[in-house]
Design a protein around this ligand. Structure first.
Ligand code: PLP
Length: 381
């Protein structure tokens, strides 16, 4: 495999050099006077990114632990509805099954976009629901759901709303306070441009008040919330990752959330335009909301696993295969975080070469200029 590596996956994502450099600084002690102000800044930056005044709890873990913290603190004995349209919706179902909730899944085919009307109807049919679980960006399909509308349906049925925003936070708009979200789970290694290892769960006052005795010691919201309020983490956080995260979030907030979202919309447009120009069929929706990951069908007769392994062997590039029953059928190009349009054109140019070698009937050379045009000519209003 070539020495140079490219990460074109929806997590982990490429990390900017200044963030990597921060990881090489001497390790800080988590109760030291140098770490505390940094920790405080990071927690405040995380609130800005979530557009919330609520506490954002930080755990040293991957994003799934933030999801599990919701279940460990709220699920026991509760009646829950999970909106499930892919691998990560199914993950909510599986986590809740471990933590003693009575779960009703509103299931869609993988690739479908959940509708608020369906959720409202399901909630109306039921005799009361305590919790509703949503996935903002279903990374397995490329669908970005309308969390604002889904959340409104859940709220009007009196439920608390938990959102998996692991791949979407910092890539597409999320308004925790305005949309009335109660728990938002995310991780460091997606649009937040930091290596894997930190998980975040923003929790509303209502969610904290509704918390039961936690079924998890480490993921206990109240223990973490009390300790964070004193800038005194309950357990040793990955301090070096916090130092790096501070650099990454400063970059993100300096660019400005609106500008960041605009860039992601245009990256999504570029990726879709390029894929279509070489004659490929999209699996993810061809719409601006789909700004996180573009899922593309392998041409007939070609296994997407071969596309992915050739890209890796020949060019040191990593793209994502389909998950579950889509394995071998689609491949996914992530474009969140530290991405610009030349990452998209590089990815597409390599896909063209590999597909042509595998015998696909594709149009060579068309993708790059279509992607550049789509990125440049279609600034978001
Ligand atoms: C990546 C991802 C996760 C899980 O993240 P880990 O960090 O691997 O635990 C959860 N949900 C979505 C939508 C994701 O994209």
């Amino acid at each position: 495999m070539p020495e140079k590596r490219y990460l074109f996956t929806p997590g982990p994502t490429p990390v900017p050099p200044q963030v990597l450099a921060a990881l090489a600084e001497p390790v800080l002690h988590h109760r030291g006077s140098d770490f505390r102000p940094l920790y405080e800044r990071c927690l405040a930056q995380l609130q800005e990114v979530h557009r919330t005044r609520a506490d954002v709890l930080m755990f040293t873990a991957s994003g799934t632990a933030a999801m599990e913290s919701v279940a460990a603190n709220l699920a026991e004995g509760s009646r829950a509805v999970v909106v499930s349209a892919g691998s990560f919706g199914e993950r909510w179902e599986a986590i809740l099954a471990v933590h003693g909730a009575e779960v009703d899944a509103l299931r869609y085919e993988w690739g479908e976009t959940p509708r608020a009307e369906d959720l409202a109807a399901r909630l109306a049919e039921r005799g009361g629901t305590d919790l509703v679980f949503l996935t903002q960006s279903e990374t397995s399909t490329g669908v970005v759901a309308d969390v604002q509308a889904l959340s409104a349906a859940a709220k009007s049925a009196g439920a608390l709303v938990a959102v998996d925003a692991v791949s979407s936070l910092g890539a597409v708009p999320l308004e925790m306070d305005v949309w009335g979200l109660d728990a938002v789970a995310s991780g460091s290694q997606k649009a937040l441009m930091t290596p894997p290892g930190l998980a975040f769960c923003a929790v509303s006052e209502q969610a904290l008040a509704a918390a039961k005795p936690s079924r998890s010691f480490y993921l206990d919201w109240k223990r973490t919330q009390k300790a964070q309020a004193q800038l005194d983490a309950p357990f040793t956080p990955a301090t070096s990752l916090v130092v790096a995260l501070n650099v990454a979030l400063t970059m993100l907030l300096d660019e400005g959330l609106e500008a960041v979202f605009d860039r992601h919309v245009r990256l999504g447009r570029a990726c879709r335009a390029g894929a279509k120009a070489m004659g490929l069929e999209l699996f993810s929706p061809d719409e601006d909301r789909s700004a996180v990951v573009t899922a593309i069908r392998a041409p007939s007769g070609i296994d997407s696993s071969d596309v992915i392994s050739s890209l890796r062997k020949r060019f040191g590039m990593t793209m994502a295969n389909g998950q579950g029953h889509l394995k071998g059928k689609i491949f996914r190009i992530g474009h969140i975080g530290w991405f610009d349009v030349f990452d998209i054109t590089t990815a597409l140019a390599a896909v063209e070469i590999v597909l042509a070698d595998l015998g696909a009937d594709i149009e060579r050379g068309a993708a790059v200029s279509a992607a550049l045009d789509a990125f440049e000519s279609t600034r978001v209003a």
